[in-house]
Design a protein around this ligand. Sequence first.
Ligand code: TMP
Length: 207
Amino acid sequence: MAFLAFEGLDGSGKSTLIKNLKLHLEKASIDYISTREPGGTELGEELRKIILKDQKPPPCAKTELLLYEAIRAQHVEQKIKPLLSEGKWVISDRFTASSIAFQAGGRNIAEKDIVWLNNFATGDLKPNLTILLDISYEESQKRMTNTNRDEKDRIEKESAQFHRAVRKSYLEQAENNPQWLVLNACESEQNLTDKLISHLKFKGFLE
Ligand code: TMP
């Protein structure tokens, strides 16, 4: 059993790395569920649409944070905890570190309040490993224009300054949590996958 959270700016390549990890787990006959935040449950996916919709006026920063936390509470209670207690691996595309990066880094809400809300929403559940795909704002933008993506959502449309602050917060979180795995998102897909698998072996999650 392992609970892994993937983090990074939009366009950092989380989905591709998750896809490659899933292939590896399938080959090793490991039972896993891949999920995401915001989302992961029926209620969470409905709230995701509301949170990411480009609306005027936009939700204020506190409302936005509380919506992400509401989604998280449901996600942990309804899905993540039961799956972990069945011994399954849970792979989540974003978790608590996203709220610190985007709502403290990007929106300037006090980090201590977010830490408290994260703990409240998750009942103190922490991932066994957080994987940060680090990428510059410029590179992430290049990738998002080069790939066939849907129209940008409300958060993706935020300023360069916002996204640079998000990245800075991620890197600060990584510095304060030396057990995180930080990968340079500009490395090749193969290198990133190899590094992740080796790390999971080194940590004893994989044989
Ligand atoms: P996604 O596009 O990676 O699925 O995530 C949707 C957006 O929501 C993304 O721009 C990051 C943002 N987000 C937050 O601002 N706070 C959070 O707590 C989470 C989970 C995501």
